[in-house]
Design a protein around this ligand. Structure first.
Ligand code: G6Q
Length: 554
C-alpha cells in the first residue's frame, strides 16, 4: 500500500510549471491561440470526425476546440508527466490518495461487481458494498410494494430525503434525471436548506401517516440536516398522534455514524451504512442513493451502477487518447491554464437533466477548488474552473448572449440524446437542431462580410458580428437511461480526477466546507439569546447581529 509520501513521489511531484509538456503547451498556445476555428476546419476537411472519441455509447465530438493535433499530443504528454496512470492505479488499488484526511477514495468500489476484490487496509470492501445494496433492495421492494406499512397501517406514498450537499445534490439530481423510470404513484421530496421554508413547503400537502423520512448524513452531525430531521420528527409525531414508537416506521437513516443515528432515535436496524472512503459528493451511488432506489426500483438502480462501472473500467483501461474522461479533463486544463478561462458551461439539452449542472457544481468545484498542492505548496497556476449551466434551450434565451458576444471565453459542454423519452411531434428534432446550431454559431460566428451582405446598416454591423472561435464539446448519447446516467456522471467524476492530478491537488478533501460547518455554531446562540449578548466579532458582524435582533423583535 502506497503511503502519502510515496504518492508525493509520483511523477507529478515535479512542479507543474516545470514539466516539459507545460512549457511546450505554453509555446503551442502562442500559435494555436491566434488561429480561428474557421481556419482549423478549412485546413482539414476531416477535422469534424478526427477529433472525436466514442466509448460505451457516448460520442464525444471535441473538434470545435481550439486545439491542433500537436496540442492534443502535448496535453496527453502532460497527463503522462503528471503521473495520471499511476494515480488512477493508486485510486483503484485503494491507496489513501486523499492525503489530508488519510483516506482511500473508492467510489469506484460502490459499483464494483461482486466478483471483484478491492482492499482497504487489507480488507476486501466489495462484499460489504453488496451487503448494503441487498439490504437497500429488500427495503425498497417492501416500500414500493406496500408491504412496509406506516404506524397506522397505511402504505407509504411519500418519501422525503433530508440531507444537504453530497447527501442531497446527487439524490435530487438522480431522481429528476430518472423520473421517467420512477414509481409514479409515489411522491419524492428533498429537504436540504436550514431555511424552514424548505421543510414547510416539502410537507405542506403530505399526510404523516403515509410519509417516510430518509435522514441522509454521512456524519449525522450536520447542522442543517439535524435541524431538519428534528423538525421532521416533531411534524411526524404530531401527525401520528404523538406515539414515539411510530418513529420506527417513518424514519430510516443513511449514515456512517451508528452512535448518532441511535441517539436520534432511529433503530440501527433501519440504518443503511457506508464508509469513510466514500466522499460526500461521490456518494450518490452508495446508500445515500436510497431515495433514488425507492423511486426507480433496485433493478434500475443496479443498471445505473453498471453504467458507472463501465465508465470506471473505460477510465482505468482505455488509452488516454481515446479515454473520454481524460480528454474532457485535459481540455478543461487547456482553457483554464493557457487561455485563462474561468468557467465551463454545462448545457444539457434534456429537461430531465435540469439538476445536472447544480450537481456538477459541487462535484467539480468542491473537488478542485484548491490552492495548494499535495505537499502544501501554493500553486502558481489556476486550478478548478467554475462549472455552471442550465438546460437548453432555456439558457439560449438568457445567458448565451454573453457566451456568443461577451468578452470572456467560456468553453461549453453540450449534452444531447438521440432519442427522447417523450416523443411529441417535432419537439426532439427542434431541440437537437438547437444543439447543432449553437455549437456551429459559437465556433464559426458571423463575419462582418456576412452581416453586410444581409443588407445591415453600417452603424449596426459591429453589433451583429459574431467573432466565433468559441470552443465547445458535444456529448451525444442514445437515450437517457439509468445506465447512461451512470456513465455520464462517472465521466465527469473522472474528468475531475484527471484535472486534479495534473494540478497536483487533493481533489477529495473539503476543508472550506468543514469551516462553514463550525462558523455559524458560534453565532446561533447570539441571535437567539434573550439577553443582549456580548459580541466579540468585527464591527460589521457585530452591527449585523444587533440589527437582526432588532428586526426580529419588531
Ligand atoms: C461533500 C461534502 C459536503 C457534505 C455535506 C453533508 O463532499 O463533504 O457537501 O456532503 O456537508 O454532510 P453529511 O452527509 O455528513 O451530512
Amino acid at each position: 500500500m502506497a503511503t502519502a509520501k510515496a504518492i508525493l513521489k509520483a511523477p507529478s511531484s515535479k512542479p507543474l510549471t516545470k514539466r516539459k509538456a507545460w512549457a511546450a503547451l505554453k509555446a503551442n498556445h502562442k500559435t494555436v491561440g491566434a488561429v480561428h476555428l474557421r481556419k482549423l476546419f478549412a485546413d482539414d476537411p476531416k477535422r469534424g470526425t478526427k477529433f472525436t472519441a466514442e466509448a460505451l455509447g457516448i460520442y464525444l465530438d471535441y473538434s470545435k476546440n481550439r486545439i491542433t493535433e500537436k496540442t492534443l499530443k502535448l496535453l496527453l504528454d502532460l497527463a503522462k508527466e503528471s503521473g495520471l496512470r499511476e494515480r488512477i492505479d493508486a485510486m483503484f488499488r485503494g491507496d489513501k490518495i486523499n492525503i489530508t484526511e488519510n483516506r482511500a477514495v473508492l467510489h469506484v468500489a460502490l459499483r464494483a461487481p461482486k466478483s471483484e476484490t478491492i482492499l482497504v487496509d487489507g480488507k476486501n470492501v466489495v462484499p460489504d458494498v453488496h451487503a448494503v445494496l441487498d439490504k437497500m433492495s429488500g427495503f425498497c421492494n417492501r416500500i414500493r410494494s406496500g408491504e412496509w406499512k406506516g404506524h397506522t397501517g397505511k402504505r407509504i406514498k411519500n418519501v422525503v430525503n433530508i440531507g444537504i450537499g453530497g447527501s442531497d445534490l446527487g439524490p435530487v439530481m438522480a431522481y429528476e434525471a430518472l423520473k421517467h423510470y420512477s414509481q409514479r404513484d409515489m411522491n419524492f421530496r428533498f429537504v436540504s436548506n436550514v431555511d424552514g421554508t424548505d421543510f414547510a413547503e416539502a410537507v405542506v400537502d403530505l399526510d404523516a401517516t403515509e410519509t417516510l423520512f430518509i435522514v441522509s448524513s454521512k456524519t449525522f452531525t450536520t447542522l442543517e440536516t439535524m435541524t431538519n430531521a428534528h423538525t421532521a420528527r416533531d411534524w411526524a409525531l404530531k401527525g401520528l398522534g404523538g406515539d414515539e414508537k411510530s418513529i420506527a416506521k417513518h424514519f430510516v437513516a443513511v449514515s456512517t455514524n451508528a452512535a448518532e443515528v441511535s441517539k436520534f432515535g432511529i433503530d440501527t436496524a433501519n440504518m443503511f451504512g457506508f464508509w469513510d472512503w466514500v466522499g460526500g459528493r461521490y456518494s450518490m451511488d452508495s446508500a445515500i442513493g436510497l431515495s433514488s432506489m425507492v423511486a426507480i426500483g433496485p433493478e434500475n438502480f443496479r443498471a445505473m451502477l453498471n453504467g458507472f462501472h463501465e465508465m470506471d473500467e473505460h477510465f482505468r483501461t482505455a488509452p488516454f487518447e481515446r479515454n473520454l474522461p481524460v480528454l474532457l479533463g485535459l481540455l478543461a486544463v487547456w482553457y483554464t491554464d493557457f487561455f485563462g478561462s474561468q468557467t465551463v458551461a454545462v448545457l444539457p439539452y434534456e429537461q430531465y437533466l435540469k439538476r445536472f449542472p447544480a450537481y456538477l457544481q459541487q462535484l467539480t468545484m468542491e473537488s478542485n477548488g484548491k490552492h495548494v498542492t499535495l505537499d502544501g505548496k501554493t500553486v502558481n497556476y489556476e486550478t478548478g474552473p467554475i462549472y455552471w449551466g442550465e438546460p437548453g434551450t432555456n439558457g439560449q434565451h438568457s445567458f448565451y448572449q454573453l457566451i456568443h458576444q461577451g468578452t470572456r471565453l467560456i468553453p461549453c459542454d453540450f449534452i444531447a440524446f438521440g432519442k427522447t423519452l417523450n416523443v411529441l411531434g417535432a419537439h426532439h428534432d427542434i431541440l437537437v437542431a438547437n444543439v447543432c446550431a449553437q455549437t456551429e454559431a459559437l465556433a464559426f460566428g458571423k463575419t462582418e462580410k456576412q452581416v453586410k451582405a444581409e443588407g445591415t446598416a453600417d452603424w449596426l454591423v459591429p453589433h451583429r458580428v459574431f467573432d466565433g472561435n468559441r470552443p465547445s464539446n458535444t456529448l451525444l448519447l442514445e437515450t437517457l437511461t439509468p445506465e447512461s446516467l451512470g456513465k455520464l456522471i462517472a465521466l465527469y467524476e473522472h474528468s475531475v480526477f484527471t484535472q486534479g492530478t495534473v494540478w497536483n491537488i487533493d481533489s477529495f478533501d473539503q476543508w472550506g466546507v468543514e469551516l462553514g460547518k463550525v462558523l455559524a455554531q458560534r453565532i446561533v446562540p447570539e441571535l437567539g439569546s434573550k439577553t443582549e449578548p456580548k459580541l466579540e466579532h468585527d464591527s460589521s458582524t457585530n452591527a449585523l447581529i444587533r440589527r437582526y435582533r432588532k428586526l426580529k423583535e419588531a
